[in-house]
Design a protein around this ligand. Structure first.
Ligand code: UTP
Length: 295
């Protein structure tokens, strides 16, 4: 095995999805359907798992609410009922077998209480076992502008730099107050960045004063893309925040721990050559339904 080879990926899916209420009262947002490039209707979580697998990941953990364990198990571990399987087209029968194979690589972990994204990531600590791992948001899907998938690009950069890598995308000033924002110094212009600061949901004033990146347009910043390659040191910071009950907006957040990780070990930002589609908001989901199929 290559010394830096990353085998594990973590996908937290335990959030309540309040922004998609009341749909999320009955369907987890990670199970909402999307139509992929092949015209196949699939739950968002499958597209995210496929993104991880495309990068050579061999084991995936999803972090779920205990009440949702059964539904994820049913999707990812159980074959369709015999009567349904028999009625499927040959292509869908084959896809069903492929899903079964995929299921063998998946572990379902539980987040007993919904204490935030950072807390959900911490729930994977023992499973990750002190290795670097790929982290993917449960409500974002990706298409690459080049042959290599987005997750694969991030892994390649990790192999080059041997420190945590955070996927980035250019964001217009109007939306940065909703996103994690990053600044730093270009190592490779418009591609690889040595991160100097991460900041969650900055105001426009804060971003203009502190988060400008050389060479970028006045109204553009670097936002977090939702794909991260993290060293296991992140768990120490998450654990500290949890033990000290250090909450932000009532929850244990990831970004402040990423900020500490970068201070301690350094972090590379990588502007992913691809598009990120949000499925966590009504209008974003609607647009994703239309656009994801096209790219
Ligand atoms: P979000 O910030 O989108 O929160 O979570 P949410 O609860 O899912 O949705 P809203 O904001 O209420 O609409 C980012 C990711 O972290 C997971 C979510 O499932 C999503 O993939 N998450 C969030 C957890 O696993 N546990 C939590 O306690 C919170």
């Amino acid at each position: 095995m290559h010394k830096n080879q990353v085998r594990k990926a973590v996908i937290p899916v335990a959030g309540f999805g309040t922004r998609l209420f009341p749909a999320t009262k009955v369907v987890k947002k990670e199970l909402f359907p999307i139509i992929d490039r092949d015209g196949r209707a699939k739950p968002v979580i499958i597209a995210i798992i496929e993104e991880a697998i495309s990068a050579g990941i061999t084991e995936v953990a999803i972090v779920a609410q205990p009440d949702d364990q059964e539904i994820f198990e049913n999707l990812l571990k159980n074959p369709p009922k015999k009567e349904l399987l028999e009625k499927l087209s040959p292509q869908n029968q084959e896809y069903s077998r492929y899903l079964q194979d995929l299921g063998n690589r998946i572990t379902i972990l539980l987040q007993e209480e919904q204490l935030g994204y950072g807390h959900a990531v911490f729930c994977a600590k023992d499973w990750v076992q002190d290795q670097p791992f790929l982290l993917l948001l449960g409500d974002h899907i990706y298409t690459s502008d080049i042959e290599k998938s987005c997750a694969s690009q991030v892994l390649d950069v990790y192999e080059q730099v041997n420190q945590s890598v955070i996927g980035l995308t250019t964001m217009s000033v109007e939306i940065i107050h909703k996103a994690g924002c990053v600044t730093g110094v270009w190592q490779d212009l418009n591609s690889i960045l040595s991160v100097t600061q991460l900041y969650e949901k900055p105001t426009i004033e804060y971003a203009e004063q502190h988060l400008r990146v050389e060479g970028m347009a006045e109204n553009e910043f670097l936002g977090i893309f939702g794909l991260y390659l993290l060293t296991p040191k992140i768990f120490d910071f998450l654990e500290e925040h949890i033990n000290e009950n250090f909450r932000e907006g009532g929850e244990f957040q990831l970004t402040s721990c990423l900020e500490r990780l970068h201070q301690q070990e350094g972090m590379t930002g990588y502007v992913v050559k691809g598009k990120c589609f949000d499925t966590g908001l009504p209008d974003a989901y609607r647009q994703t339904m239309i656009d994801f199929r096209k790219f």
